[in-house]
Design a protein around this ligand. Structure first.
Ligand code: GRF
Length: 205
């Protein structure tokens, strides 16, 4: 079975979208572990409710936390095939990127390469999109490299935001497409249907 590790920091709606996709057999994968940088968050509760082992990670030494720099050892031991960042806010250390090149993906709630980079997470993204008076926004799933939100884009979904009255409305519309896009990309990767040719990512049918 194709083995996922899902990294989380928040409410866990994308983790839930993956779990739902597994339960309806859209995805033929297993979530072998969840990695979280905080103990109290919706995503950790969700993982616990599904009996998924949770590992707590930190950039600095903390009791009962694994150093993020050492997470690659755990991931290798668990024979993880793909690392999914689903709302994980810490930067992935270079050694992990080196070990798992093109095996770490992230979902970002905007159309990259716009509205990405350090500090561009959660409502900060949607507020910036709103204040720029954008007419479309969307979600991007990309490979993770050593720079925030910079890796090759695998897939994107757009939403029309011409008529929105608030950043919250943008967030709600984008979240809806995130929950379809992330399972779709995981499915394609797990079926070995993603190729990179001349620096562009292609998804095979
Ligand atoms: C999502 O909007 C995702 O795109 C971003 O962080 C948010 C996480 O939401 N990276 P959730 O915890 O999956 O509900």
């Amino acid at each position: 079975m194709f083995r996922l590790a899902v990294f989380v920091s928040g409410r866990g709606s994308n983790l839930k979208a993956i779990l739902d996709a597994i339960s309806i057999k859209y995805l033929n994968v297993e979530i072998s572990a969840v990695f979280a940088d905080k103990r109290e968050c919706g995503a950790v509760d969700l993982a616990a409710n599904h009996n998924i082992p949770v590992y707590f990670v930190s950039k600095i030494f903390k009791e009962n936390y694994i150093l993020l720099e050492q997470a690659s050892d755990v991931l290798i031991n668990l024979k993880i095939d793909l690392v999914v960042l689903a709302g994980f806010l810490k930067k992935i250390p270079d050694n992990l990127v080196d070990h798992f090149t093109n095996k770490i993906i992230n979902i970002h709630p905007a159309l990259l390469p716009s509205f990405g980079g350090e500090g561009m997470y959660g409502m900060n993204v949607h507020r910036s999109v709103f204040n720029a008076s954008c007419k479309v926004s969307g979600a991007s799933v990309h490979f993770v490299d050593k720079v925030y939100d910079n890796g090759k884009i695998i897939a994107q979904s757009c939403v029309d935001i011409t008529d929105v009255k608030s950043p919250e409305e943008i967030a709600a519309r984008v979240l809806e497409v995130e929950h379809k896009l992330l399972p779709f990309v995981i499915k394609k990767i797990s079926e070995n249907k993603i190729t990179i040719v001349d620096n562009r990512v292609f998804i095979l049918n």
